[in-house]
Unconditional design. Structure first.
Length: 542
């Protein structure tokens, strides 16, 4: 029987290149699915108009009460659908009004037993306690979550909610476009492009203006301010407020022409998430200036690149930003371009993972009561996951190796592997997250080998431990949380490890395998740990 699907928060018709691409991908995946017979779409402008903003959990419960006149229109749409899919793009960020609207819609759907999915989402709860309580009440009832970064999955995991970790859906659409318009092979680059306007505080705007002015003088460059929205006048005014007329040229182009222009850029500077996505697809070196959100930082972290963030508020930061900018016009830019040429394929594969997850959801939309599946505590679920990874690793490791277990705060491998000698390096932590990873509160006395544990912050290169004399570096469930996993693997190579053992999903493992091959390690064995997790053993070439 053909499904009736309600898509909320659709952005496919928005006057913004990134939103059009991401929303268009989600809408296309649903509308072309063989199980979907009828698709009702409500745009980002009209999805929430009839819905009040709940401020507390009790208000949220009253909002979803049967017969509420405030929710009659949306509730009728939801009740007539076989399932509700929400495009979460840019919505679940701190205390935005749309977050509360979205929670209200999801609670209404739960009240009338209509299965729900949230796709292409980033989740940042912020400091609002009432919002946090509403999320913890509503999100466990959602049938499917597809997230753009692993940091968001850490938020959901504390409530026992599993998610599909992917990347932005726009990568799937932009891949087709860039294949048609980008020049083959590397390009030397001409203009420095500043991508899109973004809401900045007065001090941030002054800092960006000062940077652009000083960078233009130091590097002898001119700017092309490229709008990724259709509001030309607003963007031109924005450009003029940042730098004087002598330093910029303004253009606003269609998607095809915009991507072609970016493909010729020497450098791209952006403060927008989709600006970073577009720069990645154009395979051009880019700098991003920090705004209220960590989304660009998380995207760069996923790709294993760092050093392209510029801070602009204080004079010492400004000097550092100018140095970073000049480096990225030179050798650092060339190195980054090489990484991005490979990274495009990985990002497209990650985006397609959302399509696969939606396919499964639509083939069996009534997934049952998710709460029943998460009745086990989050801690127990994490321990089971750790054990499965460790057991898979033990099967492919030669016996009797001297093991340095990085990120092994639970010493899971030591419980199942016959090692020659063993040491673990990590922060045991408290109830706060460590490097963004899931919360844990262990003390040394709880470890099976307490004397073999060393407390180390693996994010800090200067605190990297002396690990000479060990055969294998073990990184189970670690690399995806590190600020720059490429630098971490290089450090392991410098320390002389003959073997490196790591776990990741299939895309992450392929990405790491390619990098390890570049630094002299070959893939010896691979084993499946869980449905979306693999363990790979890499041997150093002699």
């Amino acid at each position: 029987m053909a499904l009736k699907v309600l898509l909320l928060n659709d952005t496919s018709q928005e006057p913004h290149l990134g939103c059009m691409a991401a929303g268009g991908a989600v809408r296309s995946w649903i509308s072309t699915h063989p199980m979907v017979g009828n698709l009702t779409v409500r745009s980002v402008q009209h999805s929430w108009k009839s819905l009040p903003q709940p401020s507390t959990l009790s208000e949220l419960e009253r909002l979803s009460a049967s017969g509420s006149p405030d929710t009659a229109s949306l509730a009728t749409l939801i009740q007539s659908a076989d399932c509700v899919i929400v495009n979460g793009e840019g919505t679940i960020l701190r205390n935005r009004p749309a977050v509360r609207y979205l929670l209200g819609a999801l609670r209404i759907a739960e009240a009338v037993s209509v299965p729900t999915a949230v796709v292409n989402a980033t989740i940042v709860p912020g400091d609002d306690r009432s919002l946090y309580e509403m999320m913890s009440s509503v999100f466990p009832g959602v049938g499917l979550f597809c997230l753009r970064e692993i940091e968001s999955s850490a938020v959901l995991r504390q409530w026992g909610v599993k998610a599909v970790c992917s990347t932005d859906a726009s990568f799937a659409v932009l891949d087709t476009l860039t294949r048609r318009v980008l020049p083959p092979g590397p390009t030397s680059g001409k203009p420095v492009i500043v991508l899109g306007s973004v809401r900045l505080t007065a001090s941030s705007r002054r800092g960006l203006s000062a940077f652009l002015t000083r960078f233009a003088a130091a590097a002898d460059v001119t700017y092309t301010f490229l709008s990724i929205t259709r509001n030309d006048e607003q963007h031109l005014e924005y450009a003029r407020s940042l730098v004087g007329g002598k330093h910029y040229r303004f253009r606003h182009l269609d998607e095809r022409s915009a991507m072609a222009l970016m493909g010729e850029a020497a450098l791209i500077i952006t403060g927008r998430y989709h600006g970073a996505v577009l720069a990645t697809m154009a395979q051009r070196p880019f700098l991003f200036y920090e705004t209220h959100s960590n989304r660009i930082k998380w995207l760069c972290k996923q790709m294993g690149i760092s050093g392209n963030a510029i801070r602009l508020l204080k004079e010492p930061d400004m000097r550092g930003a100018l140095e970073i900018g000049l480096d990225h016009l030179g050798w650092k830019g060339e190195a980054l371009q090489e990484i991005l040429r490979e990274e495009v394929g990985f990002q497209v594969r990650l985006a397609e993972r959302q399509k696969g997850a939606l396919d499964e959801f639509l083939r069996d939309p009534r997934l049952g009561d998710r709460a029943a599946a998460t009745s086990q505590t989050v801690s127990d679920a994490n321990q089971r996951s750790f054990r499965r990874r460790a057991e898979a690793a033990a099967k492919i490791l030669p016996r009797g190796l001297r093991v340095a277990d990085f990120g092994g705060y639970a010493q899971s491998l030591a419980k199942v592997y016959d090692f020659g000698s063993y040491v673990s390096y990590d922060q045991l932590g408290t109830e706060e997250n460590v490097a963004g990873r899931p919360k844990r509160a262990l003390c040394v006395d709880q470890l099976p080998y307490p004397d073999a544990h060393r407390e180390v912050d693996l994010e800090k290169q200067e605190s990297f431990p002396e690990v000479r004399g060990y055969d294998v570096a073990v990184c189970l469930g670690l690399l995806m949380w590190l600020e720059n996993w490429r630098e971490f693997l290089l450090k392991l190579r410098t320390e002389g490890f003959s073997w490196i053992l790591l776990s990741w999903d299939d895309v992450g493992l392929d990405r790491a395998a390619r990098f390890l091959a570049d630094i002299g390690y070959r893939c010896a064995k691979v084993a499946s740990a869980e449905r979306n997790s693999k363990v790979g053993l890499f041997e150093r070439a002699t």
